[in-house]
Write a protein that binds this ligand. Structure first.
Ligand code: ZN
Length: 183
C-alpha cells in the first residue's frame, strides 16, 4: 500500500474544521489502512485525516511502544464525552517535522467513536493514549499542538520550525542543482 503524502504546516487544510464521516464504505476502509501505513512508515504514533489532505473526521492511533507489538485503532467521528485531571507531555507532530514542545492536556478521557467496521466504541483512555487521541482530535477541529502553547512559546517554536523548513528547502534546491550538474 502506498504511503500518502503528508501535509506540512502552514498548509491551510490544517486549519479547517473536518466534516463527519457519513458512510463507512470500502473506500473509507482502504483510506484508513493507507493512513495507518503512512503513520508507521513515518514513525508516528497518531495521524489525522487532514494531515494527509482529507478533511474528514478519521484518526489512526498506535501507542504500543514495544517491538513487534501493535495496538492500532481507527477512530471514526471520535468525541471526548468526559475528561479529568491534568498532564504534560513533550509532543511532536508529523506535520511539524523537527520540532517538539511540552503541551498541557487532560489526563483521562472518555471517548465515543466508531471503528472501520462501523461498530460503536466507548472507552476510557489515560496516559500516552489519552494524549495522542486529544492531539489527533484537535487536528479534526483545525487545531495543532502549537495552538495549545502560550503565545510567547508558540512564537518561539514556530520561528524554530520555519528556520528548519528553510534549511530543508535550501538543502533540497542544492541537491537539485547538484543533480542537474551531475555532481
Ligand atoms: Zn499532529
Amino acid at each position: 500500500m502506498a504511503r500518502l503524502p503528508l501535509v506540512l504546516y502552514p498548509d491551510t487544510i490544517l486549519r479547517t474544521q473536518c466534516a463527519d464521516v457519513t458512510d463507512i464504505d470500502q473506500t473509507l476502509v482502504d483510506f484508513g489502512h493507507a493512513m495507518a501505513e503512512t503513520m508507521y512508515l513515518s514513525n508516528g504514533i497518531g495521524l489525522a485525516a487532514p494531515q494527509v489532505a482529507r478533511n474528514i473526521r478519521l484518526i489512526t492511533v498506535d501507542v504500543a511502544r514495544a517491538e513487534g507489538e501493535t495496538a492500532l485503532m481507527h477512530l471514526v467521528n471520535p468525541v471526548i464525552v468526559d475528561s479529568h485531571g491534568r498532564t504534560t507531555y513533550e509532543e511532536g507532530c508529523l506535520s511539524f517535522p523537527g520540532i517538539s514542545a511540552e503541551v498541557r492536556r487532560k489526563d483521562q478521557i472518555h471517548v465515543q467513536a466508531y471503528d472501520l467496521q462501523g461498530a460503536e466504541l466507548d472507552f476510557d483512555a489515560d496516559g500516552l493514549l489519552s494524549i495522542c487521541i486529544q492531539h489527533e482530535l484537535d487536528h479534526l477541529n483545525g487545531v495543532t499542538f502549537v495552538d495549545r502553547l502560550s503565545p510567547v512559546k508558540k512564537k518561539l517554536v514556530l520561528r524554530q520550525y520555519l528556520k528548519i523548513r528553510e534549511e530543508d528547502q535550501e538543502d533540497e534546491s542544492l541537491a537539485a542543482i547538484r543533480a542537474v550538474h551531475g555532481e
